[in-house]
Design a protein around this ligand. Structure first.
Ligand SMILES: O=C1O[C@H](COP(=O)(O)O)[C@@H](O)[C@H](O)[C@H]1O
Length: 262
C-alpha cells in the first residue's frame, strides 16, 4: 500500500536542510512513542549530508533516545573503508561521530566496503541483505527488511535516487532488498543500493532536493514518469511520501499560488 505524495517547499537549500533536520528529529521522537527500536535510513549527497549537520547542531537532538535508533544507508559508493567519498564517512563526520556512545555501535549498519569477505558490490549487497533480514519487521509479514520509520533519499539531476540510475538494470531488481551496481554514470562506478522493493517497505520516504539543476527531474517524478526514465518517481512510502524541496528545484512545477493575506 502506498500513500500520495506531499510536497513542501522551502526558500533555499540551507533552510531546506535545517527544516528537514527539525522534521526528522520530531519524526524520530514521535516514532519512539509507538515502538522501539526505530529504523532510520540515511542518504548521501549534498543536501542529505547537510541535513545531518543540522541535526548535529540542534538542541532538539537530545529529545531523541538514540540508544533506540538503528541507522541504515540507502546506498553506498563501493570504496575503501574511511574513503572521503563514502556516504558512511560523510555521515559519520556530519553527525554520527558527534553522537558518540549515545548511539550504540551495533546499531550502525553501514554497507560493507571492499574486503576479502566482500570483494565485489554483489558480495557487499548480499551481506547487507542478510543484515537487513535479521532486523526484518513486522515479524511474520514475509518482509526481508525492517519497516523503516523514515527513509531519506537525495536525488540527482538525472532523477536517480539511492544508486538506482535511469535505464540501469538495478531498477528492475524485484526479488532482492539490495543490489550491486556497476557502471554508475556518476562516480564512482561501483556502488551498492537498496532496491525499490526495500525502499517501498519504509513507512515514510522523504525525497530531499535543492537547486535549479534538479527542477526537470522533480517535475518528471511528481508527474509519475516511468521509473526507467526518472527513478525518483518510484520512491514511495507505505504511509507517507514527502518531497522536501527548495524553490529553485520547483522551477518546472505548476504549484498553487499561496493564498493572499486576509
Ligand atoms: O551519489 C549520490 O548522489 C545522490 C544525490 O546527490 P546530490 O549531491 O545530487 O544531492 C545521493 O542521493 C546518493 O545517496 C549518492 O550516493
Amino acid at each position: 500500500m502506498t500513500a500520495p505524495r506531499d510536497v513542501v517547499v522551502h526558500p533555499d537549500a540551507e533552510v531546506l536542510a535545517a527544516a528537514t533536520a527539525a522534521r526528522l528529529l520530531t519524526a524520530l521522537v514521535d516514532a519512539q512513542c509507538h515502538r522501539s527500536p526505530v529504523h532510520l535510513v540515511l542518504t548521501g549527497g549534498t543536501v542529505g549530508i547537510k541535513v545531518l549537520e543540522h541535526v548535529a547542531q540542534s538542541p532538539v537532538r537530545a529529545a531523541v533516545d538514540w540508544s533506540g535508533v538503528h541507522v541504515w544507508w540507502g546506498d553506498e559508493r563501493f570504496l575503501p573503508d574511511g574513503h572521503a567519498d563514502r556516504n558512511e564517512t560523510q555521515a559519520r563526520a556530519a553527525l554520527l561521530d558527534a553522537l558518540g556512545d549515545e548511539l550504540p555501535a551495533a546499531h550502525l549498519h553501514p554497507m560493507a566496503p571492499p574486503s576479502e569477505a566482500t570483494p565485489t558490490p554483489e558480495a557487499s549487497a548480499a551481506a547487507y541483505a542478510a543484515e537487513l533480514a535479521a532486523f526484518a519487521t513486522p515479524e511474520g509479514s514475509g518482509s526481508s527488511v525492517p519497516a523503516f520509520d523514515v527513509l531519506l533519499l537525495g536525488m540527482g539531476p538525472d532523477g536517480h535516487v539511492a544508486s538506482l540510475f535511469p535505464g540501469h538494470p538495478a531498477l528492475t531488481v524485484a526479488d532482492a532488498s539490495t543490489v550491486g551496481v556497476h557502471g554508475s554514470p556518476k562516480p564512482p562506478p561501483e556502488r551498492v543500493s537498496l532496491t525499490f522493493e526495500a525502499i517501498r517497505r519504509a513507512r515514510e520516504v522523504w525525497v530531499v532536493a535543492a537547486g535549479a539543476e534538479k527542477a526537470a527531474a522533480v517535475a518528471s517524478a511528481l508527474a509519475s514518469a516511468p521509473v526507467e526514465v526518472t527513478p525518483a518517481a518510484g520512491a514511495l512510502g507505505t504511509t507517507r511520501t514527502l518531497w522536501l524541496l527548495d524553490v529553485a528545484a520547483t522551477g518546472a512545477l505548476d504549484l498553487p499560488e499561496s493564498a493572499p493575506p486576509a
